[in-house]
Design a protein around this ligand. Sequence first.
Ligand SMILES: [Zn+2]
Length: 814
Amino acid sequence: MRYGSWLVFLVGPVCSTFAAAGSSPPPLPPVDYSTIEGVLDGAGVSAGIWQPMAGSPAPVPMKAGSFEALRFSCPFEGTRIDRGSWDVSVRLDLALSSGLRLLMYCSDPAPVSEFTLYLHSGEGWYRVPFLVEGTTGWSPVTLLKKNATVEGRPGGWGRIDTLRFSAWRGRDRNTEFYLAALGSMDEAGDLVILRADSVAAKNDAELKTVKRYTQTMAAMLERAGLDYIVLSDRDLSAKYLKKIRLIILPYNPDLPEKVTGELAGYLKSGGKLLACYLLPRTLQPLVGIEVGAHIKQKRPGHFAALRPSAPALPGMPASTGQGSWNIHHARSLDDRARIAAWWFDDGGNTTGEPAVLISDNGAFLTHVLMDDDPENKSQFLLALLGELRPDLWVRVARQNIDRIARFDSYRDFPTACARILAHSSSSTTKRFITQARQHYQQTRKYLAEKNYPAAIQSARQSRHTLIDAYCAAQPAPAGEHRAFWCHSAFGLNGRTWDQAIKHLADNGFTAILPNMLWGGVAFYHSKVLPVASEVEQQGDQIEQCLTACRKYGVECHVWKVNYNMGWRSPREFMRKMKDAGRTQVNFNGRAQDRWLCPSHPENQTLEIESMLEVARNYKVHGVHFDYIRYPGIDACYCAGCRERFEKDLGRKVKKWPADLRSEADLQQQWLNFRRRQIDTVVEAVATRARRIRPSVKISAAVFRNWPLNRDSIGQDWKLWCERGWLDFVCPMDYTTSNTRFRREIVNQLEWASGVPCYPGIGLSTWSDRTDIVKVIEQMNITRELKTGGFTIFNYSLTEADHILPRLGPALTRP
Ligand SMILES: [Zn+2]
């Protein structure tokens, strides 16, 4: 800690001035990291580096024991501000940091829907949401770079010049919170994933691919139990390279010459490298690996698995699944590298093509690392990294042992076993606990022998069986609505609808919401929407799904993506819509060609009739709205919206669209107008569908923060519940924070006004789509809050194979 005692004298008068303004926070606990002075303390306030946003009072320095903190007040009662928000000027280099940490105290966080930290550099912002975990004392908050989304074009983590703390309005009630002890997380800076951000200058689409494979690599490292830093290639410089000991290139097309130059210098001075699919020519002799011709698969399944060559690298699995469609040939230069793994096909035959080459300072994977077979994949990756840097083994072994019992509220292994057994003494639970204990003993033995790969393996088995015991100890309440959204109109890839639905029913799920129609395409015989070409070969998907649902007793609620025409909509149809003035235009005049304008009467008819057609032609249990909203506050400002709004208003808008934002009354009328367009569709579908089929249920997937979202996206779902248009509502509470999940549901149950609310669990949006523990924790929160059910996103092969078989025998027993 670096709390300068002089600060206390400097800010003494400031503190006492404000001491009477509110109750004092509890004393700050000591922290075991270095703090950044002059930001979350009186010195920062005195220096004038804080700038509150309009409507937010200035932060107030406070004494918290012998340390300092800042108090932030959120005046939400009787005001219209969306958030309390404060900017502070800083100069931070977070390039080799995992992110920021701080302490936070908030005794009443309910009025805040979400806290956000924005970090500004260049011409944009990084945005990290956060929550306070407890309300009785100071809680540690970590703001991880890997959780950041981007707005505008930020100029890298090395040059952060402003932090913005925002507390978003959740309810019309005042609250306040305290922040202290800001620090940077610098522990993992010697293992770096280099992200090819520089490709954005040439090709935006390629940047998406870069991000995807960077994320996959990061997720695999996390699964393996390795800390790392993602560094933008724009930020790479000699000053950082001195600290880095291993660099991973997950997918780095067109690396600028400056970057390859820096990397060459790094390799020459002892640095190590793992590259996937691409390796710049100048670096090849430096790691003793030559990359050759591009090789396409001969057929799907040609490249299906990675298998080690003999002798296998320590810890490498006997076979790791990866369905690649092409690779680059590679060979050793000057006998420096050896082949560590080969490509095998789906019949178990070798293809004769190397999958990995490894030398003393470099490894090359002949394709990108994909996210299939995640358990083996992370082990495979670890085997490569451990070979290049043997010091990583002990780090990973410790991590894996530490996390054996890290789930629910458990922290250590013996307590977890005792508490699970106290919960259930069934023979299944006991059997799993015995196994978990055996693996645990084995882990300790391997660790003592310094056999790290074996210790990691048995630590994982111990965790796996401990979680099995935890699952088996859970109750399975009867009459629960247990649903999955299914994003693919074809169900599970490679399986029939019959197989997919039987699997759900066998594991105690009661409903499916399959996505069968979009704004501009249908996956069944429709007379209202264009029909997807696959329907001709693969048949009517609603019919197939529904037949299976009827057979196995699973409810089928057909899901429509409203307004958004979708990526499968025929080009010709999309062009026709645009030419007819039926697509959206945003505030600055840019066309949004994929989105149908919600105020256009023919679009409303199309939305309504397409959903009614489903209710009329199929004996479905329900129809389900999604995207039943505007894309954002920026839409729709098309000529048609102007005409219809002015007619509604009874006068012209002088400056379109600027006046809609600058004149408060006009803005309110505009927001009402937008809401009404959406409401009309919901009301019409609800009343008319029930006339067609009285048993049909109307439901909607909605955003989670109704008070904000009714303005920002025109989604007034509380009204839809109050009017009885919805039979159930599914707020998409996609978060890995259980605290946030719980807090949101509490508010949502109130807004749902007695209409059943089956919260959405965002499994497929998490970095680990096999995180059974998080699914159980969140299911249990819905049970504690008595929602009567939940809806999991999304039903695909990974979730079907990794999640359902562990829920079915326990928590969701039929
Ligand atoms: Zn419009």
